[in-house]
Ligand binder design. Sequence first.
Ligand SMILES: Cc1cc2nc3c(=O)[nH]c(=O)nc-3n(C[C@H](O)[C@H](O)[C@H](O)COP(=O)(O)O)c2cc1C
Length: 207
Amino acid sequence: MAVKGDTGRVEVTDLDADPLRQLSAWLDEARAAGQPLPEAMTIATATSDGVPSARLVMLRGLQGGLAFFTDCDSGKGAELAANPRAAAVLHWLAPVHRQVRVTGPAERVSEDEAGQYWSARAPAVRLSAAASRQSRVLASRAALEAQVRDIARRHPGGAGLPRPPRWGGFRLLPSHVEFWQESPDGLHDRIRYRQQGIGWITERLSP
Ligand SMILES: Cc1cc2nc3c(=O)[nH]c(=O)nc-3n(C[C@H](O)[C@H](O)[C@H](O)COP(=O)(O)O)c2cc1C
């Protein structure tokens, strides 16, 4: 795949036939360009009556979709349980000047996958995740720290701390993926993949 610079142009023929492979290639290029947190992505969800909310998470895998890990009882988890659709945005600054947008249904990752990710986390991070009921109102920071100390007493250093059942992940299964490349003259390139059957239709959108 051609690497596009500041004044690069993106043609459909430059892009991989598979949008997840294409996203992986752009991520590699963002990493190589020294972008801070290239895997940071905004995930938007909505309540069942359509009230949206968005927040950053880390993209942790591209096998079959965009995987991220979280407390599934959180605000986003509750919204995805009621309305299992999401939108994601990744953005890379200069010299990359690119954006990728993804929409589609979202599903929970398997228990196995959640377990593997949990095991790979640093013990201190596991302790914090076990103590925190993400998105719930806290009486104080001290109350949360007391909860961490309490769990740490029972699991010194976080060793052997089991994954709370609420702690897992979601996979956004893309039905639309758009690759956007900035052009200094404002004539930005936008190539959208639209799922059709088991394949993809690619089309150019006006900037
Ligand atoms: C750069 C960055 C990365 C983050 N990564 C995650 C993540 O991978 N998983 C997560 O649950 N929260 C992550 N957060 C925190 C979320 O943005 C958010 O505060 C939290 O998930 C609660 O969101 P909710 O109440 O909408 O569920 C991250 C925040 C930032 C700024």
